[in-house]
Design a protein around this ligand. Sequence first.
Ligand code: B1M
Length: 212
Amino acid sequence: MPEEILQNIKESVITGNVSQTKEFVDKAVKSNIDIKKIMDEGLIAGMGVVGIKFKSNEFYVPEVLIAARAMHSGMEILEPLIAKAGIKPIAKVAIGTVKGDLHDIGKNLVIMMWKGAGFEVEDLGIDVSPDQFVEAVKKGIKVLGLCALLTTTMMAMKDVIDALQKEGLKDRVKVIIGGAPITQSYADEIGADGYAPNAANAVDKVKELLNI
Ligand code: B1M
């Protein structure tokens, strides 16, 4: 019963149950369910529900982190099979916390939600210089995520956009910014393509900017 197994995977992600997620994903693979279906209708569908619950304040950060851990445990089983099957991610994106800023909890949450939505995400880490962001864009990513948690470091987001402009790369990539002190008006002011107030909205924003 493939539908039942996929539903079980989805539920186990929503409840953040690692052992059940592994068990059901394993069962799905052994039942020859298409890998993409296991991802789309099981793991990604589960994280989609988590995103909706997070947006409506039914879930908070801990529940999202626990669900993401379950999703990752399922992805670990699928990753070697995905490589073999040649399944492509929706798009490649990269994200980092800007220069001078060491906060990474929000960034990691965005990464989990993006991965949960089927994107391939390069984590550039914390204290990332404009040059490092520029290098990531040169590698061909479609979306660049910038995080800042300090009013003193949010200014560094503009440095990244300026550096992209200087290198002639600004039109090749969509820049999304976020973090506690960030607002839509700040995004408009520095010429970012988008702003998201939380990790779940960051998924919507990327899809909107890429017309997915
Ligand atoms: Co820091 N810190 N901290 N801190 N810290 C804040 C941010 C602060 C508000 C605390 C306060 O004073 N009330 C304050 C900033 C004040 C300001 O600038 N206005 C502050 C300060 C001052 C500092 C230090 C300067 C303290 C010191 O040393 N004197 C120092 C700076 C270090 C540095 O970065 N250079 C510092 C250090 C630290 C710790 C290392 C101790 C630790 C970080 C640990 C870590 O990240 N691994 C820490 C923490 C934990 C916090 C608080 C308590 C929590 C931040 C957090 O993780 N929140 C924070 C106070 C607070 O926010 N209540 C504080 C949870 C996280 C899920 O939320 O990151 O906002 P957030 O992410 C949200 C959204 O913003 C959004 O999605 C997430 C939710 O879905 N989002 C995006 C985030 N990134 C996004 C990107 C997107 C889209 C959405 O697209 C790309």
